[in-house]
Design a protein around this ligand. Sequence first.
Ligand SMILES: C[S@@+](CC[C@H](N)C(=O)[O-])C[C@H]1O[C@@H](n2cnc3c(N)ncnc32)[C@H](O)[C@@H]1O
Length: 270
Amino acid sequence: MTGRDEYYNRAKQEGYRSRAAYKLQQLDEECGLLSQGDIVVDLGAAPGGWLQVAAQRVGASGKVVGVDLQNVRNLSEDEAGSGDGAAHVETVRGDMTEADTRERVQELVGEGGADTVLSDMAPNMSGEYDLDHARSVHLARQAFETALTVLPAGGDLAVKVFDGRDLDDLKADVDAEFEYVREVRPPASRDASSELYLVAKNRLTAPVRAGDEVVVEVSDEGNEGDGIARVEGYTLFVPGTSVGDRVRVRVDEVKPKFGFAEVVDRDPDE
Ligand SMILES: C[S@@+](CC[C@H](N)C(=O)[O-])C[C@H]1O[C@@H](n2cnc3c(N)ncnc32)[C@H](O)[C@@H]1O
């Protein structure tokens, strides 16, 4: 039996609308994308395999917003349920390359933002490798832009893209906005397929990035005795400094809620 038959048959037996459901299960198991109570956006949701997996994993306290050019049939209680009741699922029929669809998604997600943005969007295949790659990168960029509008600090993105020459640029742009990004090829993808998923963890909204140099005032002391400086409200731990110091630092590590920096000049105004 080929891999394709295995996942196709499993999907039929286990009540999933598509074999793609197993790709999301595998991405979640490898990268930890879905938790109880999460708000999840699922782009390119039809026929609804990912929607089922996401709904089951976020549970009754979670919410999933699915979007597709095609109509997505409503999930039944069984399809959206995980034992503790069904997740709240909303679907939008629309084109993610259009601003009004993206605005609708923002409205449905609400002010607090989403925990995770997923995209399994794929273009209609022309059979011409470069063209299909370029179209897939374009769709992945729509998902990335959406992630930047709906994810607060700490949110995650997993987006499908076909491998090719523009992948590295896309990956670098995503990397700049998250703590890290990985390329993941789930076993349920077909062997010959060029598809992969960029999984970006922990959205960064900090005003600084690793490598930046800034002059800061140390305003507090942390529990470990490190100095704490704030850059536009963002917390930087600066070892070896005390409250009142004014120093030039180089940012070493940026996490969603705080970062670490080292002193490069103790007298920056000289
Ligand atoms: C591989 S299928 C998704 C399968 C789905 N994840 C599942 O588990 O059932 C790709 C989907 O992307 C959708 N799509 C492609 N371009 C889109 C766009 N611009 N806006 C919204 N959806 C789009 C297609 O209509 C198609 O249903």
